[in-house]
Ligand binder design. Sequence first.
Ligand code: PLP
Length: 388
Amino acid sequence: MSQTTTYLAEHVKALKPSGIRRFFDLAAGMKGVISLGVGEPDFVTSWNLREAAITSLEQGYTSYTANAGLMELREEIAGYMQKQFSVSYDPESEIIVTVGASQAIDIAFRAILNPGDEVIIVEPCFVSYAPLVTMAGGVPIHVQTLKENDFKILPSQLEEVMTERTKAIMLCSPNNPTGTMLNKAELEKIAEIAVRHDLLVLSDEIYAELVYDEPYTSLASIEGMRERTILLNGFSKGFAMTGWRLGFVCAPEEITQGMLKIHQYAIMCASTMAQYAGLEGLKNGRENVEEMRKSYRQRRNFIVQSLNEMGLTCHNPGGAFYAFPSIESTGLSSEEFAEELLKAEKVAVVPGNAFGESGEGHIRCSYATSLTQLQEAMKRIRRFIDNL
Ligand code: PLP
C-alpha cells in the first residue's frame, strides 16, 4: 500500500475519477485527432473583456475583493438576472461571485446538507454533482431520464424516489450531456412538486445563454420557486471564459449567507482580474454572446442532421453545445464505441456512461468546434460505422 493511500480519507478513496478525463488522456498522446470531447467554447474570450482585465492590472487592482465579489459586479449581475431572466436578487445579500459554477455547486451542497440528507440527481448529468453531494455528507439518489422522452424528467419519476430524507433536487437545463432544455410548462410541473414536498432545487443554468429554439425560462422566475431555488450560473460557457474561473450563485438571503461563510473560509474571493473581465462582459458583451449563439445553432443543426442521416439517432437538443446520439444500432457499448472510434478514425467523443447509467448506449459529441472540423469529424464517424 502506498503512503498516499494510507493518508487518504475513506470517502475520498471511494471517489471514482471522472470518466471524461481518461479519453482526454488517450487523445492527448495522438496526432491529428479531432476532439468533440471537451465541454468548452472554441471561441477566445472577446477582446474587450480581456482588455478590461489588462486595464485592471495596469491600474493596480491586484488585491482581494469583498468575499462575495466586487459590489459593482454583483449589481451588474442583479441587473442581468432581472433583464435576461426576470428574477430579482439583492446584490448586497443574495449574490456571491464564485470560482466558476463548479465552486457554486460545491458551496450550495455544503451549505444545505446534513449528514444523510438525500439529493435527487437527474441523470445523465454533469459529472460533479454526485461526488460533491457525497463530499458534503449527503446521499445522491439517481433518477434516469430516458431517450424516449428526449431526456426530459417526468414529474412522476421524481415522486417515485422521494423519501423523508429528500432535501433537494439537482436540475440542469439546458443539460450537459444531452442538450435537453426544459420549457416553462415543464418547469412548472417540477416546481409544483418542489413546493408540495417543500424541497429546494439547485438549478444549474450555466447554459442559459445558449438556447436555440424556445425562449429560456429560469426556474427561479416560476411562481413559488424563488424562495426555494439556488440558482447556479457563470461566465464559462455563454461568455467563453472557462479559463478565468468565474461564476456566481443567487439564492434567498439565509442560504446565501450560509454559502458565504464557507466561501470566505475556503476561497476568500474569486480572482480580481477575472471579476473585472466579467463586469465588462455584462456591461458590453451582449453582441458577442449573440454571435456565438448563432454560430452554435448553425453547428447544432449540421451535426444533428448528419448523425441522424448516418443512423445514429439523435434528438434535437434545445441548448448547450452537445449532441447525444444513440449508438445502440452499432452493438457496441459507449466505451467500446469511443475507444474504437479514437483508434480507427482519430475522433474523440465521450462515452455516455461517464454521465450516469442512463447515458449508456450514447456518446456525447461537443459541437463547440469549427464547422470545417465538424464536417471532417462526421465523415470519419460515418466511415467508422460503415466499416463495423
Ligand atoms: N455545470 C455544467 C452543467 C457544466 O457543464 C459545467 C462545465 O462543463 C459546469 C457546471 C462548470 O462550469 P464552470 O466552468 O463555471 O465551473
